[in-house]
Design a protein around this ligand. Structure first.
Ligand SMILES: [Zn+2]
Length: 465
């Protein structure tokens, strides 16, 4: 059997994956808080984990891997968006508007991630469906001396009660206090203590609990849901490295204190962050994109996916328009090469080997380029599909490849010949601007005209010519 090695954040080295139960390899990824469209950075762990999920299914069998990714559907940001709608005159109670917002955001999320070729996980637990499990876990933590109620509706986790706190990120509690914005509050016994439960006002979502009507803190969700689905110990836990502290440290503290007989997650995988054109993505810099923004701009989901996979998940990745154009050209070439080809029975050994070495997607893509250059199309097709590329679902964007633009090339060429004589270039300019508007790159030389459809090519706009 193929040996998979993964870099474990907890031990800071590559480890052989040795599943607790090879008949049921279990992985958990922290999912989105559903208050708005997913941005490009949110999509990175989804694509990384999708490749891991596909690799595990390849190695252990499709029915022997269980993947869970949660939806955080109770959060102040969701409440804030619902409140803004209510204040703008939307009908319904605040609770109904909260529900409407989460439903709409979840459907957007699934559609957008689907366009990137991400398979849906086996479980997509919503926090609001696991409140009794969270309350039970909090009660257990209080009983074991790891948490305390402040008598005013809050329950806090006592960080000092867990001696290994900080082991995942390798920082001491003092360093963490210095580096983070730790909220000092009167009800905390220690500044590092964090909220497990907090009170809710009457109009906000809330649940009855031994500490009055309230709602859970964010961190307890993942501990309670992963325990309900996977038990005391499971194989792999992932997320962006911005979640390592405090979220993952807090998850470990809660889970290991509530279930000291288990290991919680054995391997921790963290992906690095994403930049756009060399800069941190931010609304103020104008380089903040949701996945939907890019899809609407004409970047096919498959192109976005290929750009993501060119960078190893543990390295910062830079989204650039140049990379997207190159990825598009590559995929068009590969799709032409594999059209009408029966896929090979299994992916190429070199591709599986690269992915098994801590998800070396860049190495796997280099192998795909080799297969393309030797025109080993059947192997290319099966191997690319292991990375979620060249699938039938993702291919519709490339079908306009067959679009014959020679008619427009001739027309533009003739119009230019005429304009050279009359010195009136109005018709040439009109044709060019219509073509550009339709997403066509116009290349003109002395000897001819070449038209190349770009990522936003829209054949219907050529009717204007
Ligand atoms: Zn989480």
């Amino acid at each position: 059997m193929t040996t998979i090695k993964l870099h474990n954040t907890r031990t800071r080295g590559k480890e052989v994956l040795d599943p607790l139960n090879p008949d049921d390899v279990r992985l958990y990824l922290c999912g989105p808080t559903v208050y708005d469209r997913a941005h490009l950075g949110n999509a990175r762990p989804v694509v990384v984990f999708d490749v891991l999920y596909r690799l595990l299914r390849h190695v252990y069998g499709t029915n022997h891997v269980t993947y869970a990714r949660n939806f955080t559907d109770v959060d102040d940001k969701i409440n804030a968006t619902a409140l803004a709608r209510k204040e703008a005159g939307a009908p319904g109670t605040l609770e109904e508007l909260v529900q409407e917002r989460t439903e709409e955001t979840i459907s957007w999320y699934l559609a957008d991630m689907g366009e990137l070729g991400a398979l849906e996980p086996d479980h997509m637990p919503r926090a609001t469906a696991y409140i009794p499990q969270m309350i039970a876990m909090i009660e257990d933590l209080i009983a074991k001396g790891h948490a305390y109620a402040d008598g005013a509706g809050h329950v806090l986790f006592s960080v000092k009660s867990y001696k290994d706190y900080g082991a995942l990120s390798g920082r001491s509690v003092d360093d963490m206090i210095a580096g983070a914005r730790v909220e000092v509050a009167d009800n905390k016994r220690d500044p590092m203590d964090f909220v497990l439960w907090k009170p809710s006002t009457d109009e906000l979502p809330g649940w009855d609990s031994p500490w009055d009507r309230g709602r859970p803190g964010w961190h307890i969700e993942c501990s309670a849901m992963s325990h309900e689905l996977f038990g005391d110990s499971f194989d792999i836990h992932g997320g962006g490295n911005d979640l390592m502290f405090p979220h993952h440290e807090n998850e470990i503290a809660q889970s290991c204190c509530a279930h000291p007989e288990g290991d919680f997650a054995k391997i921790w995988l963290h992906n690095e962050m994403l930049q756009v054109e060399g800069k941190k993505m931010s609304k103020s810099l104008g380089n903040f994109f949701t996945v939907r923004d890019l899809l609407d701009q004409g970047y096919p989901g498959e192109v976005i996916r290929l750009v993501f996979l060119q960078t190893h998940y543990r390295k910062p990745m830079d989204w650039t328009d140049k990379k997207a154009k190159e990825a598009e050209a590559t995929l068009r070439k590969w799709r032409v090469l594999t059209t009408g080809i029966e896929p090979a029975p299994t992916a190429a050994a070199a591709v599986i080997e690269a992915l098994s070495d801590d998800l070396n997607t860049a190495g796997a893509l280099a192998e795909l380029h080799k297969l393309a250059s030797t025109e080993t199309a059947a192997d290319l097709l099966t191997s690319a599909r292991l990375l979620g590329l060249l699938t039938d679902d993702l291919g519709t964007w490339a079908q306009d490849e067959d679009h014959d633009l020679s008619h427009y090339e001739n027309k533009l060429f003739e119009a230019r010949q005429l304009a050279m004589e009359t010195k009136n270039f109005a018709e040439v300019d009109r044709l060019k601007s219509t073509l550009v508007d339709a997403g066509v790159e116009v290349r003109m030389s002395k000897t001819g005209v070449e038209l190349v459809p770009g990522p936003s090519f829209d054949a219907s706009k050529l009717d204007a010519i």
